[in-house]
Design a protein around this ligand. Structure first.
Ligand code: FAD
Ligand code: NAD
Length: 466
């Protein structure tokens, strides 16, 4: 007899496992199926966590080399890449085990194996030994995430031609690394390997990096990364990648048809990710996909099939862990009869480079496009006492507020701890705050967050320290 569950979640990433925990908290008999052998999905295993660990470790390595400029004499600084990778792997293991503990604590049944639909109410689970278990579900949530995409005709070998997964576990520092795509992954992983000693060349199709980001911030970001030694080749298209004895030859053409070849040891292809519906047997259920293979859902995360829902990277919207988590919570609450919801206007985006780059809400370009009249408040970290005190004063805070009502419409920060500072703006926006509300809130001194307050004051042209 197949075991029966009220809800089955396929996929144990930040969308799926968070959803399963919330469902169990709400009293529903829940199962979560994960095929990779560890919970936490792309994010914990091959995404957010290992990349942030390497970003931090490589930054420490890079910083320590310059400590003598600040009166701290250190001996020879050497890289032990194997140990660094072990430290990163430990962070991943601790966290994935932690999620397994959380499922147990919340009484979610965890099935290790690949889930596929036998019918709209039956899920077949196949484990790595090939053993099959059939379970029944009243409702099923597809949370199977996304996978990296390559360029046409080019396959990842995860040694020379790598996706982010290979770039997180290279066993030696490449002399020359070509990064195809100047987005989140390219710039984060490019920064890691550049700090560890690689010559990094970013080949980007567009004339700017991080598409979708406020253009002023994107420009400043590229300027700072260039100063750090990363090379950019904008409006270049990769035509071919040929492996050779020493690595690969990457052939590109620019917008005027000029060709440029790059000899390198490793090529990272980071041109985006695609929804993962592989092997789910969705044809059996009739669940509809869009032209980009994403599961189509309504505002309640329901597919065209009554008892099947989907969340996270496998549906439309930004491919971010916190977006997947919030959707997981919302759909669990909706299924339990509550009114779960996600505010897509206040989902922050953060690039964890040095400096960090963070944004929320509308960019200037979007406001112009929509003919919204707005005011801008800006404040540079050069005038922030904490940033100056620790010699980390690159970047600025930019706040966009409605011309008439002063309501905060968006904020964009490049600078120290930008990823943390943006949360303050998120709260302000959720409460419908004006820039004056932020400006009148007392911020501790000396903190980086004073730059947010000063940017808010600057909306009304009354910043004190600039
Ligand atoms: P996933 O995390 O992809 O999880 C889906 C899970 O489902 C996977 O574990 C998969 O094995 C499993 N699965 C798939 N099919 C089946 C099946 N049929 N049966 C059973 N299990 C199945 N986002 C951020 O917000 N911040 C960051 O700093 C960040 N850094 C990133 C760095 C990198 C290098 C990458 C690649 C991504 C990063 N992301 C980051 C994006 C983030 O990882 C994703 O947005 C997030 O993991 C999506 O969560 P999800 O639950 O929808 O899918
Ligand atoms: P991306 O969408 O962020 O960037 C892809 C870049 O590649 C773009 O700049 C695009 O113009 C460029 N591009 C596309 N085709 C190209 C081509 N043929 N030649 C040259 N350039 C080309 O994608 P990504 O960096 O692969 O990351 C995938 C997703 O993972 C991100 O969109 C993000 O949602 C998520 N992610 C988030 C974080 C974070 O939150 N810090 C970190 C890593 C990944």
């Amino acid at each position: 007899m197949a075991e029966k569950f009220q809800v089955v979640v396929i996929g144990g990433g930040p969308g799926g496992y968070v959803c399963a925990i919330r469902l169990a908290q709400l009293g529903l008999k829940t199962a979560c199926i994960e095929s990779r052998g560890a919970l936490g999905g792309t994010c914990l295993n091959v995404g957010c966590i290992p990349s942030k660990s390497l970003l931090n470790l490589s930054e420490e390595f890079h910083k320590v080399k310059f400590l003598s400029n600040k009166g701290i004499e250190v001996g020879d600084v050497k890289l032990n890449l194997e140990k660094m990778m072990k430290s990163k792997d430990k962070a991943v293991t601790v966290l994935t085990k932690g999620v397994e503990f959380l499922l147990k604590k919340n009484k979610v049944t965890y099935f290790k194996g690949h889930g596929s639909f036998k019918s709209a109410n039956e899920i077949l689970i196949k484990n790595e030994k090939g053993e099959e278990t059939l379970i029944e579900s009243e409702k099923t949530i597809i949370a199977t995430g996304s996978v990296p995409v390559s360029l046409p005709g080019i396959e990842f070998d995860e040694g020379i031609i790598v996706s982010s997964t290979g770039a997180l576990k290279l066993n030696k520092v490449p002399k020359k690394l070509v990064v195809v795509g100047g987005g989140y992954i390219g710039l984060e992983m490019g920064s890691v390997w550049s700090r560890l000693g690689a010559e990094v060349h970013v080949v980007e199709f567009l004339d700017h990096i991080t598409p979708g980001m406020d253009k002023e911030i994107s420009k400043e970001f590229m300027k700072i990364l260039k100063k750090q030694g990363i090379n950019f080749h904008m409006q270049h298209k990769v035509e071919e990648i040929k492996k050779n004895n020493s690595g690969a030859l990457v052939s590109t053409t620019d917008k005027d048809g000029n060709t440029k070849d790059f000899d390198c040891d490793v090529v990272l292809i980071s041109v985006g990710r695609k929804a993962n519906t592989n092997g789910l047997n969705l044809e059996m259920t009739g669940v509809e996909l869009d032209e980009r293979n994403r599961v189509i859902t309504d505002k309640n995360f329901k597919t065209n099939i009554e008892n099947i829902y989907a969340i996270g990277d496998v549906i439309q919207g930004p491919m971010l862990a916190h977006k997947a988590e919030d959707e997981g919570i919302a759909v669990a609450e909706i299924i339990a009869g509550q009114s779960g919801h996600v505010n897509y206007d206040t989902i922050p985006g953060v690039v964890y480079t040095t400096p960090e780059v963070a944004s929320i809400g509308k960019t200037e370009e979007q406001l112009k496009d929509k003919n919204v009249s707005y005011k801008i408040g800006k404040f540079s970290f050069m005038a922030n006492s904490r940033a100056k005190a620790i010699d980390d004063a690159e970047g600025f805070v930019k706040i966009l507020a409605d011309e008439k009502s002063d309501k905060v419409l968006g904020a964009h920060i490049i600078g120290p701890h930008a990823g943390e500072l943006i949360a303050e703006i998120g709260i302000a926006m959720e409460f419908g705050a004006s820039s004056e509300d932020i400006a009148r809130t007392c911020h501790a001194h000396p903190t980086f967050s004073e730059a947010v307050k000063e940017a808010a004051l600057s909306v009304d042209k009354r910043a004190i320290h600039s």
